[in-house]
Design a protein around this ligand. Structure first.
Ligand code: FES
Length: 112
């Protein structure tokens, strides 16, 4: 069972580059990057610090705290000190609206 969470219009996301939405106790960063939309948990896997707003180089977002890097498209950690990948979330664009596709699995994982 999945549910769709409206983020904003694609045009708004293009203008703002990213948005952070909250769902249960998760913060999810939604980025327009390289002509597509990507979503990942807005929480560095090194320490629980937000990643949104961090510098972007190529496909990497850089944690402002200690410089870990993550691939925006895949969530893969590409530079320590973080060692674990980011959780990513499926997104879709329907009639110009960006939607996060969230499942019960995401909700259960967020409570741990
Ligand atoms: S909190 Fe992100 S690298 Fe340390």
């Amino acid at each position: 069972m999945s549910q769709k969470l409206a983020v904003c219009s694609l045009e708004q996301l293009k203008r703002e580059h990213y948005r952070v939405v909250e769902w249960n106790d998760l913060k999810i960063a939604v980025y327009f990057h390289d002509q597509a939309v990507y979503a990942f948990e807005d929480r560095c896997t090194h320490n629980p610090s937000p990643l949104s707003g961090g510098a972007i180089e190529g496909d990497e977002i850089i944690c402002i705290m200690h410089g870990a890097r993550f691939n925006i498209k895949t969530g893969a950690v590409t530079m320590p000190p973080a060692r674990c990948h980011l959780r990513t979330f499926p997104v879709s664009v329907v009639d110009g609206e960006v939607l996060l596709v969230l499942s019960l699995r995401h909700k259960i994982e967020s409570s741990h």
